[in-house]
Write a protein that binds this ligand. Structure first.
Ligand SMILES: [Zn+2]
Length: 142
């Protein structure tokens, strides 16, 4: 998703809503045998400030699908996470994203939000005991 800051300024649309989606790529997922099975849906808003910096805030949402990290059964989970980013015009100041030539490409910040929100494991159910779990026989030697 690309925002043309100059056009938005000319149209005096200094703030507004953002709804778009991004195709996932496998490099975003750090869990073995798991992939993102949906588009990455982004809902949020933007604001342009006097110095032409642009701030976005909202949420990213995506579906993880694959093998449960403990028992390898199939598992899936929707993940929703915050998406906040600030873009400054010109050279990056090290803390914020930067943009040149009046257009802001939001995709990298969305991918970063996905990576930051990536859980360490995907579980088929919250209390999955894994394949090595053996129920303990009840103690009958009282
Ligand atoms: Zn499991």
């Amino acid at each position: 998703m690309i925002l043309d800051v100059q056009k938005l300024n000319w149209a005096r649309k200094y703030s507004g809503e953002l709804h778009f989606s991004l195709q996932p790529n496998d490099e975003l997922v750090s869990i073995p045998m798991v992939k993102i099975a949906s588009e990455i849906a982004v809902d949020g808003s933007y604001e342009i400030f006097d110095d032409d910096s642009l701030e976005v805030r909202g949420t990213v949402r995506y579906l993880l699908q694959g093998a449960c990290s403990r028992c390898l059964q199939s598992a899936e989970k929707w993940v929703e996470a915050e998406w906040n980013a600030c873009f400054v015009k010109g050279e990056s100041d090290g803390e914020n994203y930067s943009y040149k030539k009046n257009t802001v490409d939001l995709d990298q910040s969305v991918q970063d939000a996905v990576m930051f929100s990536m859980p360490h494991v995907l579980l088929c159910k919250e209390d999955c005991e894994g394949i090595f779990y053996q129920p303990q026989p009840e103690n009958q030697n009282n």
